[in-house]
Structure formats: structure tokens, C-alpha cells
Design a protein around this ligand. Structure first.
Ligand SMILES: [Zn+2]
Length: 459
């Protein structure tokens, strides 16, 4: 009963636990170990020795040797609901996420109609998501050239930050910011110490790159050169530094930008960076011509570029990994890379895809958890609630068989449109079940009724 006493000191009453989840491999912030995790009212109350006595009346779920991970937090998802629900919607997106071990997603402000650029629009989106969310859902706001006065009200209404494009976004209702407008919006956002998240490609470099069009991947790659990213990131660093503002680089693909980012971080610029499973696991060399399910912006680059992204994850220059799940209907994925919709569907597969490549490169699941759960929770200020198996956090779990493999069959995915760049790949890591606040929400392809909540930025 020594454990009970020490836990009581921290104000946690283990004896109240209604659930104990047990595994020989629990990934905690202190490492992976055999443990029993007690849960009360949807929260973790303690991480106890594996074989210790159970609190009286608690139900035991023993996962044996399957690994217990904190549920993943994916801060970059385009749900497109309402308005383009034929591309994806909250029902299908959150089921796909749950099936892939993700328990929290933050929805991007564009590709839905309306975009999340006013408080009214946010309310519309929240109302649509509320009844369909199988996992917890939060929202980013959008920073447009003409909505600066909406930013503070959106911040007060609970968005996690603001997305801006520095080059055309792909949809007319979400125009990009030029360097002057970027400074204007960021000044406003810095005024309440908010976060600006940026699609960083420089439109001048895109305009002067060769625009061949057609089905050849090499031509598409040449049309979105690395220096378009590098130049935009350099400009962003400059303005963030001047305004002492918090900025985040979305979906980094160009490894040439890494020295710039590392130098800015060393100098104390408030900048964080994400990359995506497709940049880490797919290479330009293997994209078949005409295969626009591989099209995204910035593009998937060469194998040598990918090696440097992995190195940057290992040394912390890149902070986190998110899906940038951005589907469309299959008919928009035409064989011409210039006109095809740009976006990769990976929500259900992101954990397995990243884990498959991570293990090959000698990384552990602790690293994957840090990149896909702990650091993403920190990015959006949810780290008191999500992102780790530790007392006080929500009892959100993924139960993973890390050595089991499966071959990706698009028809078996929960995404609304079963088009994916991962089709036919054999991946390691099968999610056996996913838990949200102590309740199992999916196991073996069987889902419960939606139990997700709408999240707002903690104050
Ligand atoms: Zn995106």
C-alpha cells in the first residue's frame, strides 16, 4: 500500500480507479516499461508497477505484449466539412483517425465551405463536427489578406492559432498573404501571443520555375523547387524575429531549409517545424508518371533529401510529424500533375507508415510518440491533457502490435475517398484498439457511437 500513499501525496486517489490498462510495454515519458495504468473519470491517475494489486472494483484490460501508446495528436488535417464533404467529412475522417491510433485532430481552416476565417464560420464548423466526431476535434483559424480584425475574436473563441499561405492555396476562397500582409497579420497575432502556422513556398520562385505540366513526376518536382520553400522560410524567420512572434512551418519538404531553421532556433527565434509521413516514407524516384495520388505541395522529393529530414527529426531541428491529410474525390486526381488536386490521404496510415520507416532507421516507438503525440500536443498547448501516458492526462490510448504487418488495401480504409499513395505497401504496426478518455472507441474495425469532444485552446 506504499504506492497508494505516495500517489495520495500528489492528490491522486488510485483507489477510485474504474479501469486499469496493463501491458508489458507502456510508452511513458520516462521510457517503455511494463506497467498498469489506472484511469478514473476518463483521466490517467497513476502509472503503477505491472503486477501490483488492483484498486478495488476496477476493471482490468490486459493487453499482454501489445504496446500501449498515448493516442496520437494530429494537428494538420483537412476535414473539408461542411461544403466539400464529398472529399472528406468529420464522420469519415475521425473514424479513419481512430482506426489509425489518433485520438485528437486539429482541423485546417480551408477546403471546407465556409473556411474558418470568422467566429460565425467557426460556430458553423463546430456545429457540424459535434455530432460526428469519433475523436476529439479542435480548429485552426485562417489569416487572410482582409480578415485581420477577425483574428482576435477567433483567438478568444478558442482556435489554436492561424494558418496563412505565402503562395496560392489551391482554393479561391482562401487567398494568400504577400510579405506586407504577413507582417500586418503577424503583428496582430503577436499582440495576443498567438501562433501563426505557415504554408511556406515563395510565389516568385514558383512563377519563375519551369511549368511543363503533364504526367511526368520529374516535371512536377521541377515546378516546385526547394528554393521556393527556402526563400519563404527565410522571409518568415525574418519577420518572426523582428516581431518576436511565434511561427510554425507547415509540411517542410526541402532539406535545404534545415540549416536556416537550425540557426534561427539557436538564435532564439520562436519557430517550430513539422514534416509529414509522405516526405519521410515516399521518394520522388519511385513515383510513377501520372500517379497524382502522390501529388502534394510542397512535393515529395528525392531519397537524399529524405535522409536529411530524418536526421533533422533525430536532432530536433524538425519538431513533429503530422499527416496533412488532404483528400479529394478520385476524379480530381487526374494524370496531369499540373491540374490534379494536390493533397495526400494518409490519416489512417500515418502511424504505421512512420513506424515502418523509423524502425528501419533504428528509431524506437518512443521517438514516434514524441514526434506524433507529445510535441504536437505541445504545439497547440494541449500538453496538460494529451500527448503522454502520465497522471492527469486524458486516458487516450492506442494499442499497437508493432511487429505485425499488413498490406495497404485502399478499399479497406475508412477515408471517404479510398485513394492513397500508400496502396499496396506492406507496413509494420497494426492498431488493435484505440481508447478515448478511458473508453474503447474502435477495435477490430468495430466503432462505438461518436464520443469525441470539441476542443478549444486552453487559456
Ligand atoms: Zn495542409
Amino acid at each position: 500500500m506504499e504506492i497508494l500513499l505516495s500517489e495520495r501525496k500528489e492528490g491522486v486517489r488510485v483507489s477510485d480507479a474504474e479501469l486499469v490498462v496493463r501491458s508489458t510495454r507502456v510508452v511513458t515519458p520516462e521510457g517503455t516499461r511494463a506497467a498498469s495504468v489506472t484511469v478514473s473519470a476518463g483521466r490517467i491517475t497513476a502509472v503503477l508497477p505491472h503486477d501490483g494489486p488492483l484498486p478495488e472494483g476496477a476493471r482490468l484490460e490486459d493487453f499482454g505484449d501489445h504496446v500501449l501508446l498515448p493516442g496520437l495528436v494530429d494537428t494538420h488535417v483537412h476535414v473539408n466539412d461542411p461544403g466539400r464533404t464529398e472529399w472528406e467529412g468529420f464522420w469519415t475522417a475521425t473514424r479513419a483517425a481512430a482506426a489509425g491510433g489518433i485520438t485528437t485532430l486539429v482541423d485546417m481552416p480551408l477546403n471546407s465551405l465556409p473556411p474558418t476565417t470568422t467566429v460565425d464560420h467557426l460556430r458553423t464548423k463546430q456545429a457540424v463536427a459535434a455530432a460526428k466526431a469519433h475523436i476529439d476535434v479542435g480548429f485552426w483559424g485562417g489569416a487572410l489578406p482582409d480578415n485581420v480584425k477577425e483574428l482576435r475574436p477567433l483567438h478568444d473563441a478558442g482556435v489554436f492559432g492561424f494558418k496563412a499561405f505565402l503562395s496560392p492555396s489551391g482554393v479561391d476562397e482562401f487567398p494568400h498573404l504577400d510579405q506586407g500582409r504577413l507582417g500586418h497579420s503577424l503583428t496582430e497575432i503577436a499582440g495576443f501571443d498567438g501562433l501563426l502556422i505557415v504554408h511556406a513556398e515563395d510565389p516568385h520562385h514558383l512563377d519563375t520555375a519551369p511549368q511543363q505540366g503533364g504526367p511526368r513526376y520529374a516535371d512536377f518536382l521541377a515546378s516546385r523547387p526547394r528554393h521556393a520553400e527556402d526563400s519563404a522560410i527565410a522571409g518568415l524567420i525574418e519577420v518572426a524575429k523582428r516581431l518576436h512572434a511565434r511561427v510554425h512551418v507547415l509540411h517542410l519538404s526541402s532539406s535545404d531549409a534545415l540549416p536556416l531553421i537550425a540557426a534561427a532556433k539557436a538564435e532564439g527565434v520562436r519557430i517550430t517545424v513539422e514534416t509529414c509521413p509522405h516526405y519521410l516514407t515516399l521518394t520522388a524516384e519511385e513515383v510513377p508518371d501520372g500517379a497524382s495520388e502522390f501529388k502534394c505541395c510542397p512535393p515529395i522529393r528525392e531519397a537524399a533529401n529524405q535522409d536529411l529530414l530524418w536526421q533533422a527529426l533525430a536532432d530536433g531541428t524538425i519538431d513533429c510529424v503530422v499527416t496533412d491529410h488532404s483528400p479529394s474525390t478520385a476524379d480530381l486526381k487526374t494524370p496531369d500533375f499540373a491540374t490534379a488536386w494536390g493533397g495526400i490521404s494518409g490519416l489512417q496510415l500515418s502511424l504505421a507508415a512512420v513506424w515502418t520507416e523509423a524502425r528501419r532507421r533504428g528509431h524506437g516507438l518512443e521517438d514516434v510518440v514524441r514526434w506524433m503525440s507529445t510535441r504536437t500536443a505541445e504545439l497547440v498547448g494541449l500538453d496538460a491533457h494529451k500527448g503522454a501516458i502520465a497522471p492527469g492526462r486524458d486516458a487516450d490510448f492506442a494499442v499497437l502490435a508493432p511487429d505485425e504487418t499488413f498490406t495497404v488495401d485502399p478499399a479497406a480504409l475508412q477515408h471517404r475517398n479510398r485513394v492513397t499513395a500508400y496502396a499496396g505497401r506492406t507496413l509494420h504496426g497494426v492498431v488493435k484498439s484505440t481508447w478515448l478518455r478511458g473508453e474503447r472507441i474502435v477495435a477490430g474495425g468495430e466503432f462505438t457511437a461518436p464520443k469525441g469532444r470539441l476542443l478549444t485552446r486552453p487559456h
